[in-house]
Design a protein around this ligand. Structure first.
Ligand code: ADP
Length: 794
């Protein structure tokens, strides 16, 4: 309502009161008041007020207005109304919809309300009219000027009143009226306004007004400061926004893709955060600039983008905190693995040295052993013990240097090498990286992966590893590399020199049983969502699985077979079969089908021309029956089975020995002229490379030519020379294990290998008679079944 309350200045404020009465209709005002001399619009809605108004209209249009102390009070008593009010004349009256009335009143004079006479149907009051003396001295004039100028400032600052109201003040010469006029315009509390009304002395009234104005100005000033501060802050972000929008518009005008720029900006920001070395950062930012200049969607842009994505994905500075706590490492290794005491010990020693030297420099661990013996899981445990990330990749079949070192970006679809890929997967600068099958790399015209790997593993060079794709050096010095191999012999020599080889041998049946019971079965049970007591697999069943369904040095197939048992059991449980599902030796076939391997040895009786050898295979030791048949002919030698060159040479050597010793062995010395010899090594699926079958071939040959049977329960291993000396072989432990598994009783080994027996666990030797032999004659003595002992005369 106050908005259009531009009270006009009335010239005749001291107009005589035309009607004087005892009782006046009274209208309480809420949140406002009317000063004498002001014309003010009001809206009337309360019933009593309307009644009062009507009463005034039927008489002399005069009534009393007084402010309520509390605007909230609906039906005020005398105490709720200020004592000093205003006598007004109603100038205009307009009825509004909903029974409201709008009036225009003109203040005539200040009045004091003496008493309230009635309150219904409207208030009436006894009053006293107050007249005020308007003296104009210098001081008053000064106060007037000051009030006017303060008010002008107020209007300008508040921006809520039109400037004209200031101009209209010039026409007022009476100090009291000026004060009332200004006070009526101010947006201040009713209490303050009432105070002005109640101050009869004009000088005092002006002083009070000046105080109120100064106070208001101060507040306005403060408000202004705050808003400028806020605006200043807003301005900057608005400015940036505005500039960016303009930039967008310009790019749109130029027909450029604006998403591209957002992308470029994002690349730049990400690169800043990577913690790159200055050179690398420069290179990366240069690539972003290159991308900027390229039309989007071209093949080259795709290449650059791919490159940048790789840079961003790599852990340039992120790393996990190392925690080399040997006790904890030991408990983790023990918890994850049964047995392997020596291996664990070596690993812990290795870690202890790393801890003392505080560096990852030094030899690389290389775990050597057949598949499934826990090499990978040992490496995983090492990572867990060190609190490092773990990644692995296989070098098996890697023949191209680029697989290690990446392709140059000139190739379409080029990628970084496996090392950098692993670093990305690890998301940390210091993971444990397991390089599987280092012995299975090969090199050809595409470069030598082994030499690239050498650089990766070399602590002197790998802090600035060069990947062809990346083009910038990457620091691998914090990485802990662990390698695995099936056969240390096949690791390229320069690589082997850098490694600390730890042999992880195959397991005996007893060990396998323990691993199955303690680790594999609980693990698989959980993996298949089963609970203890759901499935029962007895120890004899496990042993049957080990013997008849797997044939391996490790436990990988054992684990797989157990997994398939649990899978089938889970299916039965879901199908509603009663728990527990019992798997016994008798119903094993129902679950796993017929056994894949017959336990025991192929031969169970002595045979002529058939000797049992021991071989090393990647899945552990095994036995092999070598057969020789002699037929009439012209001295030909035929070899069948999957034989390598080395084995063929062994066959030749065996033949030469036999000819050399023919007479002593009771063999026709000229057999070579009229006999053809055929040597067969069956079970060709398992590669049997190596010279260690030499004495076996010779035994079978002698047996065939002399018609003396070979004892079925004897197996042998050893290389043979032309004169019949027995030379040492490798993989003794695995071979003995194979013999034990096959039910062999006596094993002939080269004398030179005798000291290796110390390394062989007692369990394996249990039930085996191991006889070290130095010469072929001794071999024959033990292997051939003869009625009367052959006597050798050297
Ligand atoms: P490798 O890497 O030597 O081929 P893995 O590490 O993959 O063999 O082992 C195959 C499985 O056998 C894994 O589940 C592993 O946990 C388990 N395993 C192997 N050796 C042991 C052991 N000594 N104790 C417990 N589990 C073992």
């Amino acid at each position: 309502m106050e908005k259009d309350m531009h009270s006009r200045n009335l010239e005749d404020s001291q107009k005589p009161i035309t009607s004087l009465r005892e009782e006046w209709p009274l209208m309480p005002l809420r949140g406002m008041l009317v000063y004498p001399g002001m014309v003010t619009p009001l809206e009337v809605g309360r019933e009593r007020s309307i009644n009062a108004l009507e009463q005034a209209m039927v008489s002399d249009r005069m009534m009393i207005l007084a402010a309520q102390k509390e605007a909230r009070v609906k039906e005020p008593e005398i105490d709720d109304i200020y004592e000093i009010g205003t006598l007004v004349e109603i100038k205009q009256l307009l009825k509004l919809p909903e029974g409201h009335i709008r009036i225009l009143v003109e203040g005539i004079s200040r009045v004091r309300i003496l008493s309230l006479v009635q309150s219904d149907p409207y208030y009436t009051a006894n009053i006293e009219i107050l007249t005020v003396d308007e003296k104009l001295d210098r001081e008053t004039e000064a106060l007037m000027r000051s009030a006017s100028s303060l008010f002008e400032k107020y209007v300008k600052l508040s921006k809520k009143l039109p400037l004209e109201v200031v101009a209209s003040l010039d026409e007022i010469s009476e100090p009291g009226k000026l004060a009332d006029n200004i006070a009526s315009q101010l947006l201040i509390r009713v209490e303050d306004k009432q105070q002005i009304l109640e101050t009869f002395d004009v000088k005092e009234r002006l002083e009070l007004l000046n105080v109120l104005l100064s106070k208001e100005l101060e507040i306005l000033e403060l408000e202004k400061n705050i808003s400028t501060r806020v605006r200043r802050q807003m301005d900057k972000s608005q400015r940036d926004y505005y500039l960016r929008e303009q930039l967008k518009a310009i790019r749109q005008e130029l027909g450029e893709d604006e998403d591209k720029y957002e992308e470029l900006e994002e690349y730049r920001q990400k690169i800043e955060k990577l913690g790159l070395s200055p050179d690398t950062k420069e290179k990366a930012l240069k690539e972003v600039s290159r991308l900027e200049k390229m039309p989007p969607g071209t093949a080259e842009a795709v290449v650059v983008r791919n490159y940048l994505d790789w840079i961003i994905a790599l852990p340039w500075k992120t790393e996990t905190k190392d925690n080399i706590d040997i006790i904890k490492a030991e408990s983790i290794l023990d918890a994850d693995h049964y047995g392997l005491e020596k291996v664990k010990e070596r690993i812990l020693e290795f870690l202890a040295v790393k801890k003392l030297t505080k560096s990852m420099k030094g030899p690389i661990l290389c775990l050597v052993g057949p598949p499934g013996v826990g090499k990978t899981s040992l490496a995983k445990s090492v990572a867990r013990a060190l609190n490092r990330k773990f990644v692995r990749f296989s070098l098996g079949g890697v023949r191209d240097e680029a697989e290690i070192r990446g392709h140059r970006r000139t190739y379409v679809g080029a990628l970084p090498g496996k090392i950098i890929q692993s670093m990305r997967d690890a998301k940390s600068k210091n993971p444990v990286i397991l390089l599987d099958e280092v012995d299975k790399m090969s090199s050809d015209f595409r470069g030598d992966p082994a030499s690239a790997l050498l650089e990766v593993l070399d602590p002197e060079q790998n802090n600035a590893f060069q990947d062809h794709f990346l083009e910038v050096p990457f620091d691998l010095s914090r990485v802990m590399f662990i390698t695995t191999a099936n056969n240390a012999m096949d690791i390229p020599q320069p690589l082997l020199d850098r490694m600390e080889v730890i042999e992880v041998p195959g397991y005996t049946e007893v060990e396998k049983m323990q691993i199955a019971l303690r680790h594999l079965m609980p693990k698989q049970l959980e993996a298949h969502g089963l609970k203890e007591g759901d499935v029962e697999i007895s120890q004899t069943t496990v042993l049957a699985i080990i013997r008849e369904y797997t044939k391996e040095a490790g436990v990988r197939n054992l684990e797989r077979t157990l997994a398939s048992l649990y899978r089938k059991a889970a299916k039965e449980i879901v199908a509603g079969r009663e728990k527990p599902i019992r798997i016994t030796k008798n119903n094993l076939e129902k679950y796993l089908g017929v056994p894949s391997y017959t336990f025991g040895i192929a031969e169970t009786e002595d045979k002529v021309g058939v000797a049992t050898g021991l071989v090393w295979t990647p899945v552990g030791g095994d036995i092999v029956s070598i057969e020789v048949s002699v037929v009439p002919g012209k001295g030909g030698l035929t070899l069948t089975g999957k034989l390598g060159d080395v084995m063929k040479e062994s066959a030749q050597a065996a033949l030469s020995y036999t000819r050399y010793r023919a007479e002593d062995l009771g063999i026709d010395p000229d057999f070579h002229d009229h006999k053809d010899i055929h040597i067969h090594v069956p079970e060709g699926a398992v590669p049997k490379e190596g010279p260690s079958a030499g004495i076996t071939m010779a035994t079978a040959l002698v047996s065939a030519l002399s018609c003396k049977p070979v004892r079925w329960d004897v197996a042998m291993t050893g290389e043979i020379t032309l004169r019949g000396r027995v030379l040492p072989i490798g993989g003794l432990k695995e071979k003995l294990l194979g013999a034990q598994r096959a039910g062999i009783k006596t094993v002939l080994i080269p004398k030179a290998n005798e000291r290796d027996l110390k390394e062989v666990p007692k369990e394996i030797l249990k039930g085996l008679t191991v006889i070290p032999v130095g010469h072929m004659d001794e071999v024959l003595k033990h292997a051939l079944r003869v009625k009367e002992e052959i006597t050798f005369n050297d």
